[in-house]
Design a binder for this molecule. Structure first.
Ligand code: ATP
Length: 304
């Protein structure tokens, strides 16, 4: 892509089919054993050469971006600077984020932006960064950033940044129910620590979950969904219990809090089943509800 004046990269939201959380480590991180899936909700990041680093954020109407920093606190700018430094470059870029992933929703929208920025600048500047280096830089930016690069369905170990694709032969349909107000990830982990004073050091992935993915069996997958941050999220926001009940009453196979919440995701048997669950939430007064397929691709360049 040498010679392009702008490059746009699309990156997907993630959900955690299993989020196993261990006791906090001395370095302040929690050991995780997770299975991520990329689902069909996206942020687009467009990069262009500029004299100074700059960032703008636009969004779909349903997304509140008032809490998204446009200064160096934005993880996309951190990603851009990190890539430039890695290559010993002093050049800068302007970054435009077009958000389709809700903010602070447990769907790793910021991580998607960081992954997309790494790839967009790599292409814009024709840096040919190796996959290995991109994944390493991604891991420095945040636990969920490497997965946003690879997409699909993958397990994540360490603090979630050591990613490896897993066999997934399903075509899954999810209903994604957003909340009006985000939940702070650090607060949910702090609540997890309070509720689990004797946490394990090595959380694990159940074989049944990996089998369900391999066989594409939705009922088996529904029975295997598990998130150790769900109890703390429900503790901080008890109303999420009503959301989970409503989805299952409306015909979802199973519902789960996504990551640190407050977004809830519901596995459905088919697209029509997902549409019916979505309608039930809309009838009950929820405005930000959508059906999304999974798994979808990791960060990739798009042209319009
Ligand atoms: P995580 O679990 O990784 O915190 P999340 O989906 O719950 O993910 P994000 O939307 O990634 O939450 O953002 C969390 C916070 O990070 C926001 O409240 C915001 O202040 C800050 N932030 C920094 N950069 C971004 C970005 N590019 N997009 C969204 N939020 C960002």
């Amino acid at each position: 892509m040498t010679g392009s004046t702008t490059v746009t990269v699309r990156a997907a939201a993630k959900i955690n089919l299993r989020l196993g959380v261990g006791a906090v480590r001395p370095d302040g991180f929690h050991p995780l054993a997770t299975v991520y899936q990329a689902i069909g909700m996206y942020d687009d990041v467009t990069a262009a050469d500029a004299d100074e680093w700059a960032l703008t954020v636009t969004a779909h109407d349903r997304i509140d971006v008032s809490e998204v920093p446009t200064d160096d606190g934005n993880i996309a700018l951190k990603a851009g600077r990190l890539l430039a430094t890695h290559h010993g470059l002093t050049r800068a870029a302007s970054i435009r984020i077009d958000k389709g992933i809700p903010v602070a929703g447990g769907l790793a929208g910021g991580s998607a932006d960081a992954a997309a920025t790494l790839l967009a600048l790599d292409r814009l500047w024709d840096l040919q960064t190796s996959d290995e280096d991109l994944l390493r830089l991604a891991g420095e930016l945040g636990s969920d950033v490497p997965f946003a690069l690879i997409g699909g369905t993958a397990r994540g170990d360490g603090r979630g940044e050591i990613v490896k694709l897993v066999e997934d032969n399903g075509s899954w349909w999810w209903v994604v129910v957003e909340s009006d107000e985000g939940l702070s990830t650090p607060r949910i982990y702090a609540t997890f620590d309070e509720l689990n004073p004797d946490g394990v050091s090595d959380p694990e992935i159940d074989a049944a979950l990996l089998d369900a993915l391999r066989t594409g069996d939705a009922t088996a997958l529904a029975a295997s969904l598990r998130n150790d941050l769900q109890a703390p999220a429900l503790h901080v926001r008890p109303a999420l219990g009503d959301v989970l009940r409503l989805g299952e009453e409306a015909g979802a196979l199973s519902g789960i809090v996504s990551g640190s919440g407050p977004t809830c995701v519901f596995l459905c048997a088919s697209r029509p089943a997902a549409d019916a669950v979505r309608e039930a939430f809309i009838d009950a007064g929820h405005t930000r509800v959508q059906a999304a397929p999974g798994p979808v691709a990791g960060a990739h360049e798009v042209s319009f």
